[in-house]
Design a protein around this ligand. Structure first.
Ligand code: CP
Ligand code: NVA
Length: 308
């Protein structure tokens, strides 16, 4: 009888600073190898990955599938209507079935408790490709991008402007294990999860601030980070949120207050809402480098999970 696996990638603060930095270094070296055209490293040959998607995706779907294949494996995509996770059968049953066919499982889900349930019952590693609560692969890729652009991660001042959402929770999880300065500039009704915030503060490593002032809050930033105002699952609140987030758009005027900062966005972006064309297309924008780094960061995660 297969035993439950204890090695998963669900939250960044499940790992130590050394492990996170090792992942960043590994992502960087595997990126160089792939960019050189070298395809001889095929550690996933004979291995399969199942990818469960309850939500839409461009980057996560394509970067996981391509990354796994480039390293020799094959991946199967299960879209929202294929296995209907949470509706057709118990999640713990899906976990035990799917992990008997595959070496690793990636999942993008709504409820965070569902990915924790998958992990509790799976006999192979589960990788979190976003839940309503967090998005660790994204922030690991962003850490790599910051490392590439600024030469360091420790001590950098990252100012996130917008909704205190899943992206913010992963930034806070990272701040619990790697020391940097994180500011979340958000309207009062859109602050991040209190427990996650407290846990990051209790770790005592990073400077963590919540600001409701989009003018003062961005000052001194090395990175200005933006994300949609209405996440997947909240699209019916989009009109209300447009009103609530007035003044929180990252545009040229805001970037001018922090002249040396780079602009980051996890994408997809709603140009004209949380950010504008000017910042997306500016020389200081690294949004496509971030998107590219998703694949390299995730390759490093899968290599670690599969002991390669
Ligand atoms: N950033 C990100 O996860 O993009 P997708 O929703 O397209 O996967
Ligand atoms: N906060 C966004 C991130 C998308 C990658 C969402 O959950 O839709």
């Amino acid at each position: 009888k297969p035993v439950p696996c204890e090695k998963h990638f669900l939250h960044l603060d499940d790992f130590t600073k050394e492990e996170i930095m090792e992942l960043v270094e590994r992502a960087s070296s595997e990126k160089k190898r792939l960019q050189s055209g070298d395809r001889s490293f095929q550690p996933f040959k004979g291995k399969t990955m199942a990818m469960i998607f309850a939500k839409q995706s461009l980057r996560t779907r394509v970067s996981f599938e391509t990354g796994f294949k480039l390293l020799g494996g094959s991946a199967i995509y299960l879209g929202p209507d294929d296995i209907s996770i949470g509706k057709r059968e118990a999640t713990k049953d899906i976990a035990r079935v799917i992990s008997r066919y595959n070496d690793i499982v990636m999942a993008r889900l709504y409820e965070h408790s569902q990915i924790e349930e998958l992990a509790a019952y799976s006999s192979v590693p589960i990788v979190n490709g976003l839940t309503d609560y967090n998005h660790p692969c994204q922030i690991l890729a962003d850490a790599l991008t910051i490392y590439e652009c600024l030469g360091r991660l420790e001590g950098v001042k990252v100012v996130y402007v917008g909704d205190g959402n899943n992206i913010v929770h992963s930034w806070l999880n990272l701040a619990a294990v790697v020391p940097f300065h994180f500011v979340c500039v958000c309207p009062e009704e859109y602050t991040p999860d209190e427990k996650t915030l407290q846990k990051a503060r209790d770790a005592g490593l990073s400077t963590i601030e919540i600001s409701h002032d989009p003018v003062e809050g961005v000052k001194g930033a090395d990175v200005i980070y933006s994300d949609v105002w209405a996440s997947m699952g909240q699209k019916d609140e989009a009109e209300q949120r447009k009103k609530d987030f007035q003044g929180y758009q990252v545009n040229g005027k805001m970037m001018a207050r922090t002249p040396n900062a780079i602009f980051m966005h996890c994408l997809p972006a709603e140009r004209g809402l949380e950010c504008d064309d000017e910042v997306m297309e500016a020389d200081y924008s690294v949004v496509f480098q971030q998107a590219e780094n998703r694949m390299h960061a995730q390759n490093a995660v899968m290599l670690k999970m599969l002991n390669c």
